[in-house]
Ligand binder design. Structure first.
Ligand SMILES: *Cc1c(COP(=O)(O)O)cnc(C)c1O
Length: 420
């Protein structure tokens, strides 16, 4: 859906949403969540039907959003602790949850295994030891997937590249560390070595990294077969599918096609069985489904720039990604504004030099495609309560998925020592 159509759709709901739930707020569209899942599922069905989609819960762990994706047929990739709880509360079946993590508490692993989670990623040797202990304690035998790190070049922001030499994630293949952990898994009766995994990074701006990832990990699978005599059943190529913010990014179809082709040709070259393909998209399933709606309170000219100051800012949306920002007013952009939040930080500017119509107090602005990661990284900077999350249902109804926080939510856990 292009920018103009998104704006028109939002305009139909915005006044109602703000009068019902207040400003600022996060608005999500159920239709987008379902369409995102169905597009990816359909593309996989066309190119590699033996595949499973695990939504990376990290990207949005709101229970309502998770429930829409679960209802659409999606599975879940969860880090331990509260992400695991979120998948339980959102109604996922334990066998549809893939557990990641690089330093999980032993009791979290036990809790997951007792619930019935049967697929766990292994980031390092110590994690595998913990999984083995927990499997013995719970009398379960989970499938483990070894997370590799082939020291790749990854075209994205350095902060969200995960398969690079400098990254803390995964096991180095060349040095033999990954093979040593695979060997421990094969030798243990408590787990079965079921697969290999690689998550390249987030917002990946090319299709080639997925081909490189598939080749590297299948090559590793070939080494496992040759050295340990075990053929893996699952290849997990992680997430990273991009969302268009202000630039052209590869289409999901092109990524999936390239992945599928590379997996088939590499398996044929190496004489490997074609594995079940797992993907773990986060951003791609929720990013374009959410918009931050905020209200202009102050328009302020300075000798340097004209600022519009909203009633919420970088406490609720990151300035790291170039989210599209637009006004809901039906007028042509004639001005350039710096769009700022109200916080007492110089860096509380969501976007600079945005072309907008002339704005005044009360006008609504949209910061669009913020559906991934915003809620999880929203902060209490300046003791600001977090905004509510609302869902525009497919039938047009409006549901509150998370209530607006109050001062009690920000301060209610604090205690004043005796005598003060
Ligand atoms: C963050 C993460 C993802 C999701 O990444 P996106 O860029 O949002 O698709 C998938 N898998 C793992 C292991 C992750 O850490």
């Amino acid at each position: 859906m292009d920018g103009d159509t998104r704006r028109e759709r939002l305009r139909r709901h915005a006044d109602d949403l703000v009068s019902q739930f207040g400003s600022p707020l996060y608005a999500f569209f159920e239709d987008d969540l379902r369409a995102n899942y169905e597009t990816l599922r359909g593309t996989l069905d066309d190119h590699y039907p033996d595949s499973e989609i695990h939504f990376a819960v990290k990207a949005n762990y709101n229970l309502g959003i998770l429930s829409v994706l679960r209802d659409a047929g999606c599975k879940a990739e969860a880090y331990a602790r509260c992400e695991l709880t979120a998948t339980q509360q959102a109604g996922f079946d334990a066998e549809d949850v893939l557990l990641t993590g690089m330093n999980r508490a032993p009791e979290d692993i036990e809790r997951a295994l007792s619930w019935g989670v049967s697929h766990l990623l292994v980031d390092n040797a110590a994690e595998l030891e913990k999984i083995i202990v927990a499997a013995n304690a719970t009398g379960t035998k989970p499938d483990v997937l070894i997370r590799g790190n082939p020291a790749m070049e990854v075209p994205t922001h350095p902060g969200v590249a995960t398969a690079t030499r400098e990254s803390k994630f995964g096991l180095d293949i060349e040095s033999g560390r990954a093979m040593a952990v695979a060997e421990t898994a094969v030798e243990s009766d408590a787990v079965s070595l079921a697969g290999v995994q690689l998550h390249v990074g987030s917002q990946i701006r090319g299709v080639e990294p997925y081909g490189v990832a598939a080749r590297e990990m299948l090559d590793f699978a070939g080494q496992i077969r040759d050295e340990l005599g075990v053929e893996i059943d699952m290849l997990d190529l992680g997430g990273g599918f991009p969302v268009p913010y202000d630039e052209d990014v590869p289409a999901t179809e092109d990524i999936v096609e390239h992945m599928a082709e590379t997996v088939r040709t590499t398996c044929a070259d190496l004489g490997l069985r074609e594995p079940t393909l797992f993907v773990e998209p986060g951003r791609r399933l929720v990013g374009n489904a959410g918009t931050y709606l905020a209200t202009v309170g102050v328009v302020k000219e300075t000798p340097y720039a004209d600022f519009v100051v909203l009633d919420g800012g970088t406490n609720a949306v990151s300035s790291y990604w170039p989210y599209p920002v637009y006004a809901l007013k039906d007028r042509k952009p004639t001005q350039k504004y710096h769009v700022a939040g109200p916080l007492c930080y110089t860096s509380d500017v969501i976007s600079e030099d945005v072309a907008l119509p002339e704005l005044g107090p009360g006008d609504l602005l949209a910061v669009d495609r913020i559906g991934a990661y915003s809620l999880g990284s929203a902060s209490h900077t300046n003791a600001e309560p977090k905004p509510p999350v609302v869902l525009v249902r497919s039938d047009g109804a409006h549901d509150c998925l998370r209530k607006r926080e109050t001062c009690e939510d920000v301060l209610g856990r604090d205690r004043i020592p005796d005598g003060l």
